[in-house]
Design a protein around this ligand. Structure first.
Ligand SMILES: Nc1nc2c([nH]c(=O)n2[C@H]2C[C@H](O)[C@@H](COP(=O)(O)OP(=O)(O)OP(=O)(O)O)O2)c(=O)[nH]1
Length: 160
């Protein structure tokens, strides 16, 4: 898909970055926090990307000039061929390698089936917090996010 010509179905167009966005790390990323029946959408990274085979949330790097919401919608299309609606920012974190991450609660229509793009995602799962905590091979940010929920640093409207 030619991303330069792709039109964001939710926002219609890219919006400008605001001045109060964090500039701590070299790179900025966004991840989608997508629930279905109290389970979280988790992907396994493909074997050809950085951190191959690790579990994490769908997401990716925010390109120059993109808003967080625009990058989120684009990445969900690229990785899983799904149209999501950004709802609200839940959390910000910084990876050990200096990438700042924005964690966006996002809505997905209930009957939509994600279709992984094998170049980026090998599989996806709907997982509850216990399954996530028992899983192996994940990016460190995933258990940190679960811990932030438990510490009520991240506020959700559902039990998780
Ligand atoms: N997608 C995703 N990335 C995460 C998570 N946690 C975490 O630390 N990251 C980091 C890994 C990368 O440094 C950065 C962006 O992720 P990515 O590798 O999926 O981004 P991308 O597809 O645009 O690829 P790249 O060009 O940045 O390598 O965020 C997570 O839960 N999901």
């Amino acid at each position: 898909m030619n991303l330069r010509l792709w039109t964001n179905p939710i926002l219609g167009k890219s919006t400008r970055m605001s001045d109060n966005m964090p500039r701590i790390g070299k790179k900025r990323g966004v991840v989608g926090v997508i629930f279905r029946e109290e389970k979280l959408l988790i992907i396994r990274r493909s074997l050809t990307v950085t951190a191959p085979g690790k579990l994490c949330l769908p997401g990716g790097t925010i390109e120059k000039g993109e808003s967080e919401q625009f990058a989120l919608v684009r990445e969900m299309q690229e990785e899983l061929a799904i149209d999501v609606e950004p709802i609200r920012l839940l959390w910000r974190s910084v990876t050990p390698w200096g990438t700042t991450l924005a964690w966006w609660l996002s809505a997905l229509e209930p009957d939509v089936l994600p279709v992984p793009n094998p170049a980026e995602v090998s599989e996806y799962h709907w997982m509850d917090s216990r399954e996530i905590c028992n899983a192996r091979e994940m990016l460190p940010s995933l258990p940190e996010f679960i811990q932030a929920i438990r510490a009520e640093e991240v506020r959700l409207d559902i039990a998780f």
